[in-house]
Design a protein around this ligand. Structure first.
Ligand code: ZN
Length: 427
């Protein structure tokens, strides 16, 4: 298994090198943002491109233009319009996919804003969006052409200054994490500054970020909201804020999400970013994180250090929740006959593709809980329960930041995944 991994890695590495040479051939050092609507319900799904935005500099990887890990529900691909050669791909998830699994999503049609950044092509490209279900079956949602000379684009406009909180390297040699403060009025200026520094220190004091500090950048947008606080529709509290984050997303009280994604990207575009973290000025517990999309955290309470690194686990690592008692109303989220795409869960359908090569030879599969489940006896294994269900889904350890409220305690599998992602952005 290890040998296969090395061979695959070498192949991906050399493919990456080959594409690195091609970046300048096919792309300008500029962003192209595709802003679209994701429309539908459980039985129907459509994607409608609304407008393009262009400008700034390309801060994503130039070495791996074809993404190695396809953990997301959506894959965007750019093909050369003449040769049909794949030039760029990126995978990410979205709130729409979660909506479809709710009771309301079975019948009611919704329309959600989404945005994705790709490098600006020098010549006409075919732009293809494919949605993947839990069984990894793909459905093409949209195919269109973008001509850099004739397709209309809106310019990126800079509105905000940026605070540097931790700079490990240049944007192309690091993962660029961008904090966006929401619900901080001008009168909260001191709190905003203090909170941005506090949350940056939570990230930088947590493994593996602290060991990889030269490959991590954290900045914050210095943007104020008209009102102080965050919208809570279930309590009839409505606030005008910078990116309009609100509780009760998908009718879940503590699910804090941003429905104005186009505006969110307009604000974020003022700084280099690979990952957007919205820091919400609110006393009410809440948060949320979606792979390669954005995550949210609230700024008060007992466990903000844990909440930010947990949500960033979803956002940058594509990590699943390892807990299995929850109010989360997802039905059959992990079908038992399909290996989950997330790196830290298995249904044992294809465990070879997961952390099997990290296990001690004598580890029983599944692994019984030892030492009354206390942290000091924890060891890497295959423990039943995870991904919101108690049976049929297995997790790597008894304890993990993706499982319990435990800060700076990612299990070896989650930690390794995060290390690989940080390295991906830093190459
Ligand atoms: Zn874990």
């Amino acid at each position: 298994m290890k040998k296969l991994f090395c061979t695959l890695f070498t192949l991906v590495f050399f493919l990456g090198m080959a594409f690195a040479q091609h970046f300048d051939q096919f792309f300008e050092n500029k962003n192209l943002r595709v802003n679209y609507l994701h429309i539908g319900n459980l039985t129907q799904e459509a994607l409608k491109i609304d407008h393009f935005t262009a400008g700034g500099t390309w801060n994503g990887t130039r070495q791996f233009l074809i993404e190695p890990d396809m953990y997301g529900d959506i894959v965007v691909e750019l093909f050369d319009s003449v040769s049909n050669k794949l030039l760029y791909s990126r995978s990410y998830s979205c709130l729409f996919t979660e909506y479809r699994t709710t009771e309301r999503g079975e019948t009611e049609v919704t329309s959600m804003e989404e945005s994705v950044n790709v490098p600006f092509p020098k010549n006409t490209v075919k732009l293809k969006f494919t949605a993947y279900d839990r069984k990894r079956l793909g459905t093409v949602l949209s195919e269109s052409y973008f001509n850099p000379n004739t397709t209309p684009t809106e310019p990126l406009v800079k509105n905000y200054s940026t605070m540097n909180l931790h700079i490990g390297n240049t944007p192309d040699k690091a993962i660029d994490i961008l904090f966006i403060p929401d619900g901080y009025a001008k009168s909260d200026a001191k709190l905003l500054k203090k909170d941005m520094k506090r949350f940056a220190s939570y990230v930088m004091n947590c493994s593996p970020y602290k060991e990889m500090k030269n490959k991590v950048n954290i900045r914050a947008i210095k943007g104020y909201s008209e009102d102080s606080g965050i919208t809570q529709p279930q309590n009839d509290i409505y606030k005008k804020t910078l990116v309009n984050t609100a509780y009760n997303a998908l009718d879940l009280d503590r699910y804090l999400m941003c429905l104005g994604v186009w505006n969110l990207y307009d604000v974020a575009d003022d700084a280099p970013f690979d990952a957007i973290v919205i820091i919400c000025n609110s006393e009410k517990y809440g948060g949320g994180g979606i792979y390669n999309f954005y995550c949210t955290v609230y700024n008060h309470g007992e466990y903000p250090d844990y909440v930010i690194v947990h949500e960033m686990g979803h956002l940058i690592g594509g990590l699943a929740d390892e807990y299995y008692t929850s109010e989360v109303s997802v039905q059959d989220f992990y079908p038992s006959d399909v290996e989950p795409v997330e790196p830290n869960l298995t249904t044992l359908v294809d465990f070879d593709s997961k952390w099997k090569n990290m296990l001690d030879e004598n580890t029983p599969i599944p692994t019984p809980v030892t030492g009354k489940g206390t942290p000091e006896y924890d060891q890497l294994g295959v423990y039943e329960g995870g991904g919101y269900v108690a049976k049929g889904v297995y997790r790597p350890a008894q304890h993990c930041t993706m499982h319990q409220i435990r800060y700076n305690d990612f299990c070896p599998v989650c930690k390794k995944t995060l290390e690989e992602v940080i390295d991906y952005y830093a190459r």
